[in-house]
Design a protein around this ligand. Structure first.
Ligand SMILES: Cc1cc2nc3c(=O)[nH]c(=O)nc-3n(C[C@H](O)[C@H](O)[C@H](O)COP(=O)(O)OP(=O)(O)OC[C@H]3O[C@@H](n4cnc5c(N)ncnc54)[C@H](O)[C@@H]3O)c2cc1C
Length: 385
């Protein structure tokens, strides 16, 4: 046993996994969570017994073998192949009130059946061999041509980000946008993909089952002295502008899931075409609908559909502008926070590092930070400090 005391701020995937890894290595860990439950952004809830996701659809996918072994050991094993549909209108005066349902990412074999195909085919023939462009719009147009960009991407991006795609960085385009020619309909190409029958709550609870957790404990920079007296190191997974009480200094793009219960005739019944259906059109204010029952396969009367409303002040997506200003500000905040503590401070996870990362990346981050903390603590204890 090392006995050294580690504070972890936040009990989402990152805090839970870092806390567990350090507790397994013999550290005295305390995970502090501001809400009354663990699981963070990935949590699922129930409405009239129906599992739904109040923070957006969360499909677990990874190609990282260590992460896969870890989640398997905590009960995340139910295979799931995630397929997304998108409801598109092919022209502004398309008066089909339901639009057309196509696969997401766009599939060339489906596009060939559409009246816009001749224009799309001409544009595809004149694209560069590799997509190029500094901003999101230029990059995506160079990947799929203007017609497909206008139908699938332009209005979705405007709704999602509340600013023209020309002001957004191209950096996140390769992770988010693709044109498929190989007929693969699954959204993710990762080796392992899961969806647990009740969402990930039970998995994260299992991770934390041997770790001391204090709920309803909102920690901020004002607690720096106390944490420094009671602990030997701290891992922060909270958003740094929130933690440092300087909200507004970092730009975030938030969503609100507007969730409603719908009765169904059959126990396994659903009311939308897919778990996730993208709705790029400006005819509706939301960006997609999420009906988690498609993924859980729950045999229960009724279902819950959530409309994902963009443009709320919540901290969901970091805003990666072409000039990188927000990432620089986050790094400055990290330095200012670390300077206020008398113990080593580590930052990890989607909020504190101001990155859009998937659950598997958050877990890998947590494993890496825990190993760094353990190595540093060993060095400190050997040097007798
Ligand atoms: C809309 C949306 C959809 C997503 N879909 C997917 C998906 O399909 N698949 C996928 O793999 N990933 C998805 N993700 C990413 C996934 O949500 C993250 O990878 C994951 O939440 C990261 O966990 P985390 O612990 O870093 O952050 P969080 O889950 O946000 O956990 C942070 C925790 O810290 C707590 N906290 C915050 N501030 C404080 C404080 N001051 N004091 C104490 N506690 C505090 C919070 O309450 C929270 O519990 C999605 C993200 C978004 C925004």
């Amino acid at each position: 046993m090392t006995g050294q005391r580690i504070a972890v701020v936040g009990a989402g995937w990152t805090g839970a996994v870092a806390g567990r890894r350090l507790a397994d290595a013999g550290f005295a860990v305390e995970v502090m969570e501001k809400t009354g439950v663990v699981g963070g952004h990935s949590r699922a809830e129930t409405m009239a017994g129906v599992v739904y996701e109040p923070n957006g659809a969360h499909i677990f996918h990874t190609s990282n073998a260590a992460v896969n072994r870890f989640v398997n050991a905590h009960g995340l094993t139910r295979p799931y192949n995630h397929k997304v549909l998108t409801e598109v209108y092919l022209s502004p005066d398309d008066d089909d009130c339901d639009g057309r349902l196509l696969s997401w990412p766009p599939q060339v074999d489906e596009l060939k059946e559409l009246p816009i195909w001749p224009a799309v085919e001409r544009e595809l023939a004149s694209l560069p061999s590799q997509p190029t462009g500094e901003n999101f719009e230029d990059y995506v147009v160079s990947m799929m041509g203007r017609t497909l960009y206008d139908v699938f991407i332009r209005d979705y991006t405007a709704k999602q980000w509340g600013r023209p795609a020309t002001e957004l960085s191209a950096r996140f385009a390769p992770k988010r946008v693709e044109l498929r020619r190989d007929g693969c309909r699954g959204l993710f190409r990762d080796r392992w993909q899961y969806f647990p029958p009740n969402g990930v709550n039970e998995v994260i609870e299992s991770v934390l089952s041997t770790v001391a957790v204090t709920l309803n404990a909102e920690i901020s920079l004002d607690d720096a002295d106390r944490l420094g007296q009671e602990h030997d190191a701290v891992i922060i997974t909270a958003a740094l502008d929130d933690f440092a009480r300087c909200a507004g200094e970092l730009e975030w793009r938030g969503i609100e899931m507007v969730s409603r219960y719908h009765p169904t005739d059959e126990p396994g019944g659903v009311v939308t075409p897919a778990y996730v259906t993208n709705r790029p059109s400006l005819r509706v204010p939301y960006t997609r609908t999420v009906e988690t029952k498609h993924a859980t396969g729950q045999q229960i009367a009724g279902t819950v559909v959530s409309e994902e409303m963009p443009g709320t002040p919540r901290r969901h997506y970091p805003v990666l502008t072409a000039d990188g200003a927000n990432e620089r500000r986050n790094a400055e905040l990290a330095d200012q926070i670390a300077a206020r503590f008398r113990i080593p401070v580590y930052f990890a996870g989607r909020l504190a590092t101001y990155r859009y990362i998937n659950q598997d990346e958050a877990i890998a981050d947590a494993m890496a930070v825990a190993d760094r903390v353990a190595a540093d603590m060993q060095q400190i204890s050997h040097s007798g400090r």
